[in-house]
Design a protein around this ligand. Structure first.
Ligand code: 26Q
Length: 823
């Protein structure tokens, strides 16, 4: 795995230039004299990819030669973001690339980075978490494979037309994507549908076999994931669905030419598009097909890796540890059992032991509408053999439960994989929990609620199974790459090791009273804000003042995340200014960004609502110098990299108990934003770490919310107590933000004043109070800067390196495997 040709592997500017020149000529068929920015992007990317190859191949070879446990991270989503800059950073050749580009007449690397299409192979937090974890695994030199789906179309691009969201297909592959390596010789075959039959095998044993009615082929497309300044280069293996030739021929021979073509079309649509409804499970057949497709390919791939090395299948748990990123890959429990029993001929007990020792499950939500359930008849139709196996898993499990709780039918109903209320359905969280050796939540509060509310009967049965691993984000992308100004300052002050050891940031605490340093810290922030202001002007035409407080809420649009609470607060500020009550107001730019699921009416209306407010506020001269409102279209990873360094105030205002963790909250804190937030998800831990005095807390706690709910929540009692709230609602009702149309935002008013499961009215006054604290603090700029510095200084815990170390130690039992390159 070693290749020393300077043109392909040299790390200086000359070599990068030569590599680009060769790729322009031979790979792209272009002359350097007529190369476009896109050509140069492709040439540089290929040159950078060349420089990953020795590391990648040596890493894969090292993993093979010194067989130890490898992590298999199974996720339906990997939101990896742009690749070029990250690979330059991790390779350590950013300067060299800049120098090489100068020789092509390109003055700034940014011009080239702008051209890159990001693969939107995820919805939001869960997909981005998987990407941060892959980067940390490689940086920590842990052998790992990320297994997922190579969607041809990722999350839709968002346009805003007349204030409404419009979805546009994400054709990320159209210009060619240089970071993937297709491996057709490692394709896998996956079955769907058909029947099972029972038969007696050669040894006289009674068995079941599955005769699928359709097949698809999975072709791996591998993306190298290089660690930061190490040789370790892990693999992201994404499966693309292809049609099966042999079945085409079969249909062709019986004369059904069109049927054959149809099967080809059907199997190719499998990896066609990412489901964009983050958070609500619609129970669609194609979605289950996608899940089984990538899970089956991935498990076959793992088993094949053992066969290739003549390792007995019984050794599987010593070679692979399989992490389920939510229940989306939970079919793995049944599929691994099927492969072990039907293909590898193991008996039930052995197969179960192997499965249970290998698999662990991460839960990411408590919201009932997000818990995956599959209608039994749909499931049986698509995966009949898996259903048999699930029935047997359930039968044996409930038998155990009966021994422990004799005569307790209620607990059996609660624990069963099969939901018997209404139409029968498979509860994927139950399958995952029973099949896994560990179940973890993603923040301390969330993990606690899993045990107390989501799966209490399971937690009582297996207390040691349940654990917490608080999420983290990679400081490489989210600080070093996104925030060059802050990084430079940190490097100068404490040296460059913070990038791999974020605890070193604690040294910054010494600087909390150093005016000089605080000014430098603030000017790094100002520089981020100037860049974002330019972007906002170009995208929306709105001019914003970089010296105003940048108050930001970027995340998927959801009622539980309460963007409408933020919007109401903006209206209240607007009213104060209109009424001349400006004494306590700090000049603010309130920025929103995020996509709504295409079928989520209320979320789409919230976007329209924010834009309605923005139109009125930004057009009113009374607001000049005091208030601006911006909805940034098409929030994605690339835009996030612009936003986090430019933010003063991070809005983390979900109803307590609803946001499992949040990870944007961590990106903001690292970049020196202060948080206004509820005691929800990882906010709790952020506040604990940065100090209560450096965090703007408001809102009811999870237990107060539960109490309100149990008493029968009545929003009107909260509205009655607040004049500002009444006036705010009135203004919406008279159509002030909808050109006089008093009906447009009626559904929002109705939810807020009716049976609101997210308790917006209950938290409004306290939120406004906290926002006043924010304004007050902003006016004492030195104090603000000190608070911001302490947020950065104390954010080290939220590095995904820490999260991954915890997974390695307490769940996966894997150790780093350093990779040496001999040339
Ligand atoms: C399920 C079924 C059918 C179609 C789509 C889905 C689906 C897709 C995506 C369900 C959920 C998701 C994504 C969930 C998600 O992003 N959850 C977030 O995970 C983060 C990482 O742990 C947490 O920080 C957030 O709190 C959590 O909301």
């Amino acid at each position: 795995g070693c290749y020393a040709d300077p043109v392909r592997a040299g790390m200086d500017a000359d070599a990068v230039f030569d590599g680009m020149t060769e790729h322009l000529f031979f790979t792209l068929g272009k002359l350097a004299t007529s190369a476009s920015l896109r050509d140069l992007y492709m040439a540089l990317s290929f040159a950078v990819r060349d420089r990953l190859m020795s590391r990648y191949l040596t890493s894969q070879e090292t993993i093979r030669a010194r067989p130890q446990k490898t992590v298999a991270y199974l996720s339906a989503e990997f939101l990896i973001g742009p690749q070029l800059n990250n690979n330059l950073l991790n390779l350590g050749i950013k300067k060299e690339a800049e120098e090489a580009l100068k020789r092509f007449g390109i003055e700034s690397l940014n011009e080239i980075l702008e051209v890159e299409e990001e693969p939107g192979l995820g919805n939001g937090g869960l997909g981005r978490l998987a990407a941060c974890y892959m980067e940390s695994l490689a940086s920590l030199q842990v052998p790992a494979v990320g297994y997922g789906i190579r969607y041809e179309f990722g999350i839709f691009n968002q346009l805003i037309r007349d204030g409404w969201q419009v979805e546009v297909t994400d054709k990320w592959l159209k210009g060619g994507w240089p970071w993937e390596l297709p491996q057709p010789d490692e394709a896998c075959l996956v079955g769907f549908g058909g029947q099972t039959e029972s038969y007696t095998d050669d040894n006289g044993n009674y068995r079941s076999r599955w005769i699928p009615s359709e097949h698809a082929i999975g072709v791996p497309h591998d993306v190298p994931v290089l660690g930061y300044r190490v040789n370790s280069c892990d693999r992201l293996r994404l499966w693309r669905a292809d049609a099966t030739e042999s079945f085409d021929f079969y249909a062709f021979n019986i004369g059904d030419y069109y049927g054959a073509v149809e099967e080809k079309v059907a199997s190719e649509t499998l990896s066609k598009v990412l489901y964009p409804n983050d958070g609500t499970d619609e129970g669609r057949r194609l979605r289950l097909k996608q899940q089984h497709f990538f899970v089956s390919c991935s498990l076959q791939d793992m088993l094949r890796s053992l066969e290739k090395r003549s390792i007995a299948v019984e050794e599987f748990p010593n070679h692979w540890t399989v992490q389920l990123n939510d229940t989306h890959p939970a079919i793995a429990v049944a599929e691994l059992m099927r492969l072990l029993i039907d293909q590898h001929r193991l008996d039930w007990d052995k197969a179960w032991e192997i499965t249970n020792r290998s698999v662990a499950y991460t839960n990411h939500t408590l919201l009932p509408e997000a818990l995956e359930k599959w209608d039994l008849s749909l499931f049986k139709n698509l995966l009949p053999r898996h259903l048999e196996l699930i029935y047997e898993i359930n039968r044996r499990f409930l038998q155990q439960v009966r021994l422990k709780y004799p005569g307790n039918d209620l607990i059996l109903r609660k624990l069963s994989i099969i939901d018997e209320e209404g139409g029968k359905a498979i509860r994927m969280a139950h399958l995952a929990t029973i099949g896994a050796h560990h179940v973890n939540g993603v923040a301390a509060l969330h993990s606690d609620l899993i045990k107390r509310q989501l799966l209490p009967e399971f937690a009582q049965l297996w207390p040691e199974k349940f654990t917490n691993v608080t999420n983290g984000v990679t400081p490489r992308r989210w600080v070093a790459l996104a925030n060059p100004e802050l990084s430079k300052l940190l490097d100068k002050e404490i040296g460059p090791n913070w990038i791999t050891n974020m605890d070193l940031l604690l040294e910054l605490e010494k600087k909390e009273n150093d005016s000089n340093f605080l000014d430098l810290f603030a000017s790094a922030k100002l520089s981020g804000k100037r860049k974002l202001a330019g972007y906002i002007h170009r995208q929306t035409g709105v001019l914003v003042d970089p010296s105003s407080l940048f108050d930001v809420q970027v995340k998927r649009i959801h009622q539980y995340k309460r963007q409408h609470l933020n919007a109401l607060q903006v209206i209240a500020q607007y009213l104060r200014i209109k009424n001349g009550i400006t004494k306590n107001i700090a000049p603010r730019t309130v920025i929103f960004g995020g996509k709504a699921a295409p079928g989520y009416f209320m979320a789409k209306l919230m976007i329209r609502f924010i834009n309605g407010i923005a139109d009125v506020v930004n057009a009113d001269p009374d607001m000049d110098g005091l208030l601006r409102v911006v909805f940034l279209p098409d929030y994605n990873v690339k835009l996030g990299e612009q936003v986090y360094p430019a933010t003063d105030l991070s809005e983390q205002i979900s109803t307590a108990g609803k946001e499992a963790s949040g990870t944007g909250n961590m990106k903001f804190a690292m970049n020196g934003a202060l948080t206004i937030g509820t005691l929800d998800g990882a906010n709790v831990e952020i506040r604990d770490r940065v100090g209560a005095e450096n965090f703007f807390l408001f809102g009811k706690t999870e237990s107060e919310i539960m109490e309100l709910r149990d008493q029968g929540y009545s929003p009107n009692s909260f509205i009655a107590e607040s004049n500002e709230l009444q006036e705010t609602l009135k203004l919406i009702e008279v159509g002030h933000f909808s050109n006089g149309d008093s009906e447009l935002f009626r559904p929002i008013i109705n939810i807020l004043t009716g049976n609101d499961p997210f308790f917006v009215m209950a938290d409004f006054d306290d939120y406004l109070r906290a926002q006043d604290e924010v304004s007050k603090a902003w006016k004492k700029s030195k104090k603000w800067n000190r608070m911001a510095l302490l947020n950065t200084a104390r954010s080290g815990f939220f590095s995904s390196d820490r999260s991954i170390r915890e997974y390695c130690q307490s769940i996966w039992k894997v150790k780093p495997l350093p990779v040496e390159i001999s040339c």
